[in-house]
Design a protein around this ligand. Structure first.
Ligand SMILES: *Cc1c(COP(=O)(O)O)cnc(C)c1O
Length: 383
């Protein structure tokens, strides 16, 4: 069986360094908020051109922390795509706010800026919810249309989060999404382009006040200097707000430091793999990936469209080739989310794409012979 994502190949490359990094943590024993956590935060910030990074327990908390820090809550609208992983809309109701679903562009699958603007105007006209935040998603690894989305956010006074769980490391015109977004979030779930060996996440921002409030929130609302409560007591036991417990384990930070050192190389390796797929498949698929002009994808997923997607999956399975469907049911069609608002006209593109998308094996260590076998497998299917 061909692996869908070959974590073992990456581990073989890094194993001695990861073993040594874990051994150092076992030796110093600072398992929570140890020195590797701070080091990783500064390396992550440097990697994507942000002033600051804050690590946390997972990529979902990374989305929730800025919402909490901005005081988003009941009566507020958070605009996001429906064609995404559940974590993107999930954090809005956590705070008491509501997600408002926006359609995607048919070429890139990322948030449609025109529909975003229509949705904001419709919500304003209706008057029940106050528009507060937009969460754009760097779906399958490529940057959303930040030129236009950030303009729309500025025009309407909204905060912008880039959910870069799949796209961490992607660029648009050579710049990372933090160039346009107030906050960029990522996930270190093992299968993400930059993954650890468990759960983890991070928030990037240029806003030092926001960073400090999120630092408080991730540790039970501990007092931070700007709270003016620090008076000689351990700030851990002085609580300035109701927070959560969302820290990245030191061992995971140590593993990520090693993985981060080869991450740029891995992103570079994925580019010719994606091009080779496109050359081999464009004439037998409804669509092969289209990256926004000026964009560089991290290729978290290689997603094509096929008119008999399920038949193709069955066929490839008989040849030992795994596939996956991201996403078979868009969020606005799922029971917990079906009652929330949608932009005008509903989400026809999200609905249509969910019927035809199929992801093929993709990772930085996919070798050319295996890739040709996958391409051959798709080509021989005449569904
Ligand atoms: C994986 C993912 C997340 C959440 O990450 P977790 O670390 O699993 O909580 C958020 N948004 C998107 C788009 C994702 O793919």
């Amino acid at each position: 069986m061909i692996p869908f994502i070959d974590l073992a190949a990456q581990q073989a490359r890094l194993r001695p360094r990861i073993d040594a990094a874990i051994a150092r943590v076992l030796a110093h024993g600072a398992y929570v908020m140890g020195p590797e956590v701070r080091e990783l935060e500064s390396r992550l910030a440097a990697f994507c051109g942000a002033k600051l990074a804050l690590s946390c327990a997972n990529g979902t908390d990374a989305l929730a922390l800025p919402l909490m820090a901005w005081g988003v809550g009941a009566g507020d609208a958070v605009f996001c795509p429906s064609f995404t992983f559940a974590a993107t809309p999930e954090v809005a109701p956590w705070t008491g706010a509501e997600p408002v679903f926006v359609d995607i562009r048919p070429d890139t699958y990322t948030m449609d800026p025109d529909h975003l603007e229509e949705a904001i105007e419709a919500i304003q006209a209706e008057g029940r919810l106050a528009p507060k935040v937009v969460i754009a998603v760097d779906l399958f690894g490529q940057p959303a249309d930040y030129h236009r989305i950030s303009q729309i956010c500025r025009r309407h006074g909204l905060k912008l989060i880039a959910d870069s769980a799949q796209g961490f490391g992607c660029t648009l015109d050579g710049q990372h999404p933090i160039r346009w977004a107030d906050v960029v979030t990522t996930s270190f779930f093992p299968a993400k382009p930059l993954g650890c060996y468990g759960d983890g996440g991070a928030v990037l921002t240029d806003d030092a006040d926001l960073w400090e409030r999120m630092d408080s929130l991730r540790i039970h609302g501990k007092a931070v200097p700007s709270d003016g409560l620090v008076n000689g007591h351990d700030p851990k036991y002085l609580n300035a707000r109701v927070g959560i417990n969302s820290r990245l384990d030191t061992i995971q930070a140590a593993i990520l430091l090693e993985k981060l050192s080869v991450f740029e190389d891995e992103i570079a390796r994925r580019q010719p793999i994606a091009s080779h797929y496109a050359e081999g498949l464009h004439d037998v698929c409804l669509q092969t990936p289209i990256v926004i002009s000026g964009g560089r994808s991290t290729w978290a997923q290689y997603v094509v469209e096929h008119r008999s997607r399920d038949g193709l999956a069955e066929h490839l399975k008989t040849r030992g080739i795994p596939t996956a469907v991201y996403y078979p049911v868009p969020m606005h069609r799922q029971r917990p989310y079906a009652g929330f608002a949608q932009g005008p006209g509903g989400l026809p593109v999200s609905d249509a794409k969910s019927q035809t998308v199929i992801a093929l094996p993709m990772h930085a260590y996919l070798d050319p012979e295996v890739q040709d076998e996958i391409i051959e497998g798709v080509r021989e299917f005449n569904g």
